[in-house]
Design a protein around this ligand. Sequence first.
Ligand code: HEC
Length: 119
Amino acid sequence: MNYLRISLQLTALVFLFTACTIEPKKKVPLEYQAGQKEFHRVCAGCHGADALGGWGKAPKLIQKKFIKENFSNGKIASTILKGSSSGAMPSQKNRVSDQTIKEIIKYIRYSQAQSGISN
Ligand code: HEC
């Protein structure tokens, strides 16, 4: 009886967890897939699928304001590690490694180029 209840609760939890995961809508070449996966694990909950913006106040990252010339890789890395200067974005440092940050930035640059706002 108890086992049944526990397994039902676990099923519900797993369902909730997967239902909340934001999935990418775009397919990217193999070399960007690691970054795409990490972006959707760490950032997409706020920045939306494919970095195109979410429901909240986090901006889409696929816009001119955030292309390399206007917002360097170093600035993205420090935003991830320290949060945004206004404090509206909390630090993500406990959820990423240096390698993850590199992959995420590579993926964001690729997506910006693909969208035609940078190259
Ligand atoms: C908890 C929600 C949340 C998560 C998770 C999150 N962000 Fe943000 N991010 C925000 C918000 C809100 C802003 C707007 C902050 C502001 O205007 O100060 C923002 C702003 C930014 C900016 C622009 C900063 C600036 O100074 O204008 C960048 C770049 C960014 N996020 C990248 C990322 C990346 C990459 C990840 C994943 C590693 C990520 N964010 C995860 C909420 C989030």
